[in-house]
Design a protein around this ligand. Structure first.
Ligand code: FMN
Length: 738
């Protein structure tokens, strides 16, 4: 609901929002430019200023003080009339004054799109829409990151989602303020709210009629500080009944030109004060720094419109139509889907198709539609993602409430499959909550809840095999989530390890593949470069014979000029066998999946890198890029130093040039062999010292190794009253496990 409230108005108004934002950003510079070189002498009265100006401009008709403090005089003497910016200290002209034509053009576009009333109405509606977008966007952002306290944490999702959220995080407050004030000003333009600008004091019925005094001696002007002045209109020369019109920040008055007395005064109404504050907060006039901040936020509007439309399109594309969805009343199997960004729907469709092929009548629906009619099916599968801090995704937000209202069906059995990301502290928590809630309500489990990390197609296939065995028929689940376009890479070199241990491991270094055949067009294409990536990101490799990518952590950044991965040959592993068979010059198809959570944060705090086996890949990449020589400690476990000491020569070089501070190795297949977690425990004092120095921990390797490391670290940290979980919550413990 909230998402729809955000995306639909956003899509409809994207172009206008972008235009109003861009023009607003351009206008925001004006107050700061005007402020440049403007200084007001303290304690000067309006009378003194008027006297000085009149000396230099005997035909002065009007003096204006702009919100930025500039003093402008409008004058006319004989045939000559004009406007000039004056120095308040002397009253002398500084330069002719002519508001910039460009600025007026942009202002007109911003206010009314050059379409008079219809245009003003359109920009007014755009401001209202921006208000709705900012408020719903802030709510979505908070939901997405899991609350205010997590707002500064690294963001997740696709590249467009992260860019959208990152800019929204910076610009939302400014956009909200601009939208709120813009809506108010539009409402005032159409007299929907009072602005009090038409409240004038009553024109005096009589004046003293005496000979005019010089402006510098008029008591009412002497009593008014220049800082309060908005405008002083001089009486017509020679007309003794004419008066001065004085407009100040607090009210408007008429002043007798002979006695200098206040003939009439009207203080600004509350409505006028509110309108003026709103105007200031919208334009930044008189508050140039606010203007610039608002302008920067407004620059975010076109960006948010473009990335928002991309996110909407990606989400729409990811949501598959379920072909052959059996009607609910005829279904013997129901699949319920909890999804935010729609990727879980792809897995649901694969399950739907496989069950349908097995002869079942399958109905698939969002979890939010759950009712006892769904529960009447024989088998219930619930596939759900987790969001925020272990919360429900959009299409499952009402599920638990609906479940509480439905009676359990003793004849049905259910299976929950969670989709999540292990880097979140609350991994697949919502799926586990769903499983627990169903069991607590008396529903019967078909199997224990299972979890899928980062949309792993292999884990999904394995779950299918296990569930098929329970159902009594094979369930082949093949689903390759949509991935970005691939790039052709060419193997430049390979370094082999571990043959002696029957654990072949290879470091592969790729470059961008040249175009296949020469020709002028190919020549152009041949300049293709590697895509941008950083060590710790993932390379998705497509092996011939399978559309499903296999992911490998990157051991290099694109600045290194090569794409480097470290691959262990898995028994019967399709992709690892393929990669191990590559010779220099061979080509592969790959794409990059950013993994921004798994990299050291910048700063001088120590970085503790822990890994085993091929987990060294990204860790070696981090060390290679440590040109600032910040303290980095590597704890790494292998089997045999003689055959599989991966990256040994590089690590020795890094130690020598101090990119690596300390190296602690643990080898398990030698006499008195140990694992990496044992090394950590032996070095407990050092670990505690590093953690106390704000150190952060990055762990890469197998799940079993990561579990053992976590247990060892919990023991090591206990004397500090710290846990791995606490470090993780603080963003100081990050894992990349496989
Ligand atoms: C902003 C954000 C928050 C997330 N929070 C969690 C979380 O708390 N726990 C978890 O296991 N996964 C979390 N994930 C990962 C998603 O659950 C996972 O990517 C899932 O496959 C997305 O499925 P969907 O595209 O159907 O929404 C989060 C992802 C994003 C983008």
């Amino acid at each position: 609901m909230l998402r729809r409230l955000h995306s639909l108005p956003g899509l409809v108004s994207a172009l206008l929002v972008a235009l109003v934002g861009l023009t607003g950003a351009v206008l925001s510079v004006d107050p700061a430019l005007e402020r440049l070189g403007t200084s007001l002498p303290a304690g000067l009265s309006v009378a003194e200023l008027a006297g000085r100006v009149a000396r230099h401009y005997p035909g002065a008709e009007q003096i204006q003080r702009t919100p930025s403090g500039a003093i402008i005089v409008y004058y006319s003497s004989g045939e000559v009339s004009g406007a000039a910016r004056v120095d308040p200290a002397s009253g002398a002209g500084l330069a002719p004054y002519a508001p910039s034509a460009f600025s007026r053009w942009v202002k007109e576009l911003h206010r009314s799109l050059f379409l008079d009333t219809a245009g003003s109405a359109a920009t007014g509606l755009t401001a209202l829409t921006m208000l709705l977008l900012s408020a719903s966007g802030i709510a979505l952002l908070l939901k997405r990151v899991g609350g205010w306290r997590r707002l500064a944490r690294p963001l997740h999702g696709s590249r467009s989602q992260r860019w959208h959220a990152a800019v929204a995080r910076l610009a939302a407050a400014g956009l909200l303020l601009s939208a709120l004030t813009g809506s108010y000003m539009s409402a005032a333009t159409f007299a929907l709210v009072p602005d009090g600008t038409r409240d004038e004091p009553d024109f005096p019925a009589t004046t003293s009629g005496g000979a005019p005094l010089p402006a510098a001696r008029l008591p009412a002007l002497l009593a008014t500080e220049l800082a309060d002045l908005r405008e002083l209109v001089f009486p017509l020369p020679g007309d003794r009944s004419a008066v001065y019109t004085l407009r100040t920040a607090r009210g408007d008055a008429y002043v007798d030109q002979s006695s200098g007395a206040l003939l009439a005064y009207r203080a600004h109404s509350g409505a006028r004060e509110v309108y003026e504050l709103v105007y200031q907060l919208h334009t930044g006039e008189g508050m140039w720094w606010l203007g610039l901040l608002l302008g920067l936020s407004a620059l975010g509007a076109p960006w948010l419109a473009a990335t928002g439309a991309t996110v909407w399109w990606q989400r729409r594309r990811a949501k598959p139509r379920i072909a052959g969805n059996a009607p609910l009343r005829a279904a013997d199997t129901v699949i319920l889907v909890g999804s935010e960004n729609n990727s879980t729907w792809g897995f649901a469709r694969a399950l739907h198709d496989a069950l349908t092929t097995a002869g079942r009548r399958v109905h698939t629906a969002p979890m939010n539609q759950f009712s006892s009619r769904h529960g009447a099916a024989r088998h219930l599968f619930l596939l759900t993602a987790t969001y925020g801090d272990g919360d429900a995704p959009a299409s499952a937000s009402q599920f638990l409430a609906r479940l509480a209202a439905a009676a359990p069906n003793p004849a049905a059995s259910f299976a929950v499959l969670g989709f999540g990301d292990r880097q979140f502290p609350q991994f697949c928590q919502f799926a586990l909550d769903v499983d627990a809630a169903l069991a607590a309500r008396g529903w019967r489990r078909l199997c224990a809840p299972a979890t899928i990390d980062r949309q792993s197609t292999q884990e999904f296939a394995r779950w299918g095999t296990a569930v098929g065995a329970l159902l009594g028929h094979p369930l082949v689940l093949e689903h390759a989530p949509a991935h970005p376009a691939t790039t052709a890479l060419q193997l430049r070199e390979r370094v082999d390890y571990g043959r002696e241990q029957q654990e072949p491991t290879v470091v592969l270094r790729f470059v961008a593949a040249p175009a296949p055949a020469p020709g002028w067009l190919d020549g152009l294409l041949a300049r293709r470069r590697l895509p941008r990536f950083e060590a710790g990101d993932l390379a998705g490799i497509i092996a011939p014979g399978s559309p499903m990518p296999r992911f490998y952590s990157l051991a290099s950044g694109s600045n290194d000029g090569v794409l480097e991965i470290c691959v262990r040959k898995q028994p019967a592993g399709l992709c690892s066998s393929y990669l191990h068979g590559l010779r220099p010059g061979d080509r592969v198809e790959a794409f990059i999946q950013p993994n921004p959570r798994f990299r050291p944060t910048s700063g001088k705090a120590p970085v503790i890198l822990i890994g085993a086996g091929t987990g060294i890949g990204p860790l070696a990449g981090f060390i290679r890029n440590n040109s600032g020589k910040h303290p980095m400690y590597l704890y790494w476990g292998g089997r045999d130093p003689d055959s599989d000491f991966l990256y040994e020569p590089e690590l020795r070089d890094y130690l020598a040039d101090r990119r690596l501070t300390q190296l602690h190795t643990a080898f398990s297949r030698i006499k008195d062999g140990v694992h990496v977690q044992n090394r950590l425990s032996e070095d407990a004092d050092n670990m505690r010292r590093l953690i106390e120095d704000d150190g952060q921990v990055l762990v890469c390797g197998s799940r079993a190794m990561a579990d053992s490391v976590r247990q060892a670290l919990d023991q090591i940290l206990a004397p500090l009253n710290l846990t791995v979980q606490a470090l993780r919550d603080d963003g100081r413990y990050r894992e990349d496990v496989f």
